[in-house]
Design a binder for this molecule. Structure first.
Ligand code: NDP
Length: 329
């Protein structure tokens, strides 16, 4: 199926309904040749947004992506690339993380260097930082836009109240507003996108580039039969993620819901990952679903979710939500 494109919130940007991110894979879990095949598979399928961050593999994910973009010869106008600032990259001395003007600007310069591009299409504050005045964060982002180093700025996992405060500051001072939020959204994690942000979509306007549509792989069913070799929750250094997913008080309920969802997927003649991603695509508030993959076959499979979304009737969506609902956060 051909890739649909959606308007990113109230911006003029058209973003592919599925996009592709580098978290824990590029520069860490997978070799560079696999990363290159993944990015090419994504681009060839019509994906036009590649997501990255200063903290992914301490900057190495951006180095790997930058080298692939450079070698590809793709027109710069044919894709969007992002970075995010907050967690820091290579260094861990004071001012090498957070959202001070100093770090926002230095992290942007670092991302441009590593990605080998002249500007970032999207630049996110990766988390809120209450130690920095809102005006300092908004003005730093505004200045980067004025300088042409960033085209649009946004937030990731900010509360609705924090996003509103940023808009109020930008209104008052005539600064460029944040236009996009990057929240977690999947069958087990829904409240923020569906309830907390509900009042932000129309005004001031919010696009969403949602992450972990498969809850780090839980929604593929691969963890129902134990711990698969080489899978994300079994990767050295990611024990914190394994614990946050599998030691979650609702983990058992989630695994049991996954078994029931697998039966629905089977009835539809599709896979569990495609069903879970298709469900995300059905939400019109979602501008793009950011996919992650450690293997080309996973990405090829997950791209079929576009066709599955077309077949998800309101009745099926209700059935899926009834099953996952009691296990959702
Ligand atoms: P998912 O929840 O979809 O997890 C992707 C992982 O699931 C893959 O790397 C793979 O891991 C496994 N997987 C995917 N497809 C299949 C399949 N068909 N069969 C079996 N296993 C599969 O997404 P991510 O958590 O990777 O998030 C996507 C992107 O969102 C990130 O790359 C990043 O760009 C962004 N993000 C942003 C965050 C933020 O704070 N703003 C936080 C997290 C992510 P494996 O093979 O290793 O098991």
């Amino acid at each position: 199926m051909t890739m649909p494109y959606r308007q990113l919130g109230k911006t003029g940007i058209k973003i592919s309904a599925l996009s592709f991110g580098a978290w824990v894979t590029f520069g860490k879990q997978i070799g560079d040749p696999v990363a290159e095949k993944l990015l090419h598979t994504a681009y060839d399928a019509g994906i036009n947004f590649f997501d990255n961050a200063e903290s992914y593999a301490d900057g190495q994910a951006e180095v790997v992506m930058g080298a692939i973009l450079k070698k590809s010869g793709w027109r710069r106008s044919s894709y969007l690339v992002s970075s995010k600032v907050f967690f820091g990259g290579e260094g861990d001395r004071p001012n090498e993380d957070g959202l001070s003007r100093k770090h926002i600007v230095e992290a942007c310069h670092g991302a441009l260097r590593r990605l080998q591009v002249d500007y970032l299409d999207l630049y996110y504050c990766h988390r809120p930082d209450a130690t920095v005045p809102m005006v300092e964060k908004c003005r730093a982002m505004h200045d980067l836009i004025v300088q042409g180093k960033v085209l649009y700025w946004g937030t990731s996992e900010w509360s609705a109240a924090e996003i509103r405060e940023a808009h109020a500051v930008c209104d008052e001072l005539g600064l460029y507003h944040p236009v996009v939020e990057q929240p977690q959204y999947n069958l087990f994690h829904r409240a923020r996108v569906e309830k907390e942000y509900a009042s932000l979509y129309r005004a001031p306007g919010l696009g969403t580039t949602i992450w972990s549509p498969l809850a780090s792989g839980l929604l593929t069913g691969k963890y129902n039969a134990g711990m698969p070799e080489g899978a994300r929750l079994n990767v050295a250094g990611l024990e914190w993620l394994r614990d946050s997913v599998l030691k979650d008080p609702k983990a058992k309920k989630k695994l049991s819901a996954v078994t029931k969802l697998a039966a629905i997927a089977e009835g539809l003649g599709t896979s569990l990952p495609c069903l879970a991603i298709a469900w995300c695509l059905k939400n019109p508030r979602v501008s793009t679903v950011i996919l992650g993959a450690s293997k080309v076959e996973q990405l090829t499979e997950n791209l079929k979710s576009l066709e599955v979304a077309e077949r998800l009737t309101p009745q099926l969506v209700r059935k899926i939500e009834t099953i996952s609902g009691s296990a959702a956060d």
